[in-house]
Design a protein around this ligand. Structure first.
Ligand SMILES: [Fe+2]
Length: 268
């Protein structure tokens, strides 16, 4: 027996409700949501199989969206204190913070919009629809937020060769820190936005990915350990277009303790 469409169910149940007297108010003027809720509640009372609870779930009021914390000046303090020695000035981080805050604010804005969105599938469209616009841009906004969380969390250290368990994993994948560093620098030069070091839970090893934007090119089941921003806003004030000089400077202030802390959390 084919399933009965929800719209048809509501018509059937509205009729059933009137017949058995569960609904005494006139149907005219009720919204589809009100009819569905009343019909679903009636179905539960009447024990009609296939109706009722699932319909109630569908029409339950949306929950308040969880919001991300918007970063502030405290979140760039470590970077400001730790990167002047390699030529990355405080002004760079202060301007960068504004962009980071933008990703946080837009993440929250999209989460609120999705919570209020009419999710009627008939209104979704792959060419243009609110659902498409919100879902596509959510990946960019939240991706940008996470990227910058990790960038500033792992910046402002003593740099140099990796230490701890992450050094062991880098050696296992790349043969040596120097070989990884060469790959990392080339990844940062070739990318248009990011170089990422991630822990791959599938293969239980680290791997350096490239990003052309805030939402490219990660793979599933990887945890981000280190993120190097190579957009020009990350270095133009200090090095103009000399990205290679910025990468050299950046590698002198990686906080490997923070990277190892992320690795430990990822594997726990
Ligand atoms: Fe950035």
């Amino acid at each position: 027996m084919l399933p009965v469409p929800i719209a048809q169910q509501s018509v059937q149940l509205a009729s059933f409700n009137r017949q058995v007297g569960f609904i005494t108010m006139p149907e005219d003027g009720l919204t589809r949501r009100q009819v569905l809720l009343a019909s679903a509640a009636t179905a539960v009372c009447a024990g009609i199989p296939g109706l009722g609870f699932a319909t109630i779930q569908e029409t339950t009021t949306n929950m308040e969206p969880k919001l991300v914390r918007v970063p502030d000046a405290n979140d760039i303090a470590k970077a400001i204190a730790g990167t002047a020695k390699v030529g990355i000035q405080a002004k760079t981080h202060e301007e960068h913070l504004k962009l980071w805050q933008g990703y946080a604010n837009k993440t929250n804005e999209i989460r609120k919009a999705l919570a209020e969105l009419d999710t009627d599938p008939a209104k979704a469209n792959q060419i243009y629809s609110q659902m498409r616009a919100l879902k596509v841009n959510y990946a960019f906004a939240y991706g940008g937020y996470i990227n910058h969380n990790v960038y500033f969390e792992t910046l402002g250290g003593s740099g140099g060769a990796a230490s701890g368990d992450v050094a062991t994993l880098i050696n296992a994948t790349y043969g040596s820190f120097e070989k990884w560093a060469a790959d990392w620098k080339a990844t940062g030069i070739a990318g248009r936005g990011w170089a990422y070091l991630a822990y791959d839970h599938e293969e239980e090893r680290v791997w350096s990915y490239m990003g052309d934007a805030q939402d490219t090119f990660p793979a599933w089941n990887n945890t981000l350990l280190l993120a190097m921003d190579v957009y020009e806003h990350a270095y133009y004030l200090d090095f103009q277009t000399a990205r290679a000089k910025y990468i050299d400077a950046y590698m002198g202030v990686i906080d490997w303790n923070a990277v190892n802390a992320r690795l430990k959390k990822a594997r726990s």
